[in-house]
Design a binder for this molecule. Structure first.
Ligand code: PGA
Length: 253
């Protein structure tokens, strides 16, 4: 089911009081405003249960920022799909570029994580995107193709329909530099056409593809208006209620 989504990735920010405050603000906002999109957050895993308890009516989707590719066992520091399922989390990010860059995450590992998440009824948000060097070398279409195929194309059509994809060019994350709406649209259409070629147009049309990388209140509306862009994965601007609200309102006409 293709839907419009604004998801906030809090990364490693906020102490427990600050996290609780922002979660409350978001709940108040959702109660008082009719959003034209799904609103999801991915706080640090330490705060997931707090979010789940607060959003008991599923007003806001609750996502982990990462989870283990393994089922359970001696993997110090990790959390599993089963644990996320047991707290009724909505899903998890998979393959964020910071996990790839600092923790050596590969598309083979992403493939296992996506499958494990789906097996537990969780929604994976699979992230991909090229680096600046790859973009400068004109390899962006190829890089995104390889990432998408390797991480997702062992799934069945029914499984793939439950995945959300986030295209996040690494050079635009946290840099203040945003892909132009046309640059983002090009890649989004590319990803959708790869899916259509392998699974058929009907499947491709059902998948939400988000853009991430310096989405701000002043550029959200234009980015979201592109035909193949179904929302955003928001980092820095998700940490302040005012900014996040304006981005959500990028879907208001
Ligand atoms: P940013 O981060 O909005 O701060 O660029 C986006 C992301 O990494 O998901």
């Amino acid at each position: 089911m293709r839907k419009n989504i604004v998801a906030g990735n809090w990364k490693m920010n906020k102490n427990v009081i600050e996290a609780q405050q922002l979660m409350f603000q978001l709940l108040e906002y959702k109660k008082n405003n009719a959003a034209n999109c799904e609103v999801w957050i991915a706080p640090p895993s330490l705060y997931l249960m707090m979010a789940r308890d607060l959003y008991e009516n599923n007003e806001i989707g609750v996502f982990a920022q990462d989870m283990s590719e393994h089922e359970s066992g001696a993997y110090t520091g990790e959390i599993s799909a089963g644990m996320l399922e047991s707290i009724e989390a909505t899903g998890t990010l998979v393959g964020h570029s910071e996990r790839r860059q600092y923790h050596g995450e590969t598309d083979a590992a992403c493939n296992k994580k996506v499958k494990r998440a789906l097996d537990m009824g969780l929604t994976p948000i699979y992230c991909n995107g090229e680096t600046l060097d790859q973009r400068k070398a004109g390899q962006h279409l190829e890089v995104v193709k390889n990432q998408t195929e390797e991480a997702l194309f062992t799934l069945s059509a029914e499984e793939l329909k439950k995945v959300v994809i986030a295209y996040e060019p690494v050079w635009a994350i946290g840099t203040g530099e945003t892909a132009s709406p046309e640059q983002a649209q090009e890649i989004h259409a590319h990803i959708r056409s790869l899916i259509a070629a392998k699974y058929g147009q009907e499947v491709a049309d059902e998948i939400s593809i988000l853009y991430g990388g310096s989405v701000k209140p002043d550029n959200a509306k234009e980015i979201f208006s592109q035909p193949d862009i179904d929302g955003g994965l928001i980092g820095g601007a998700a940490l302040k209620m005012d900014d996040f609200a304006k981005i959500i309102e990028g879907f208001n006409s």
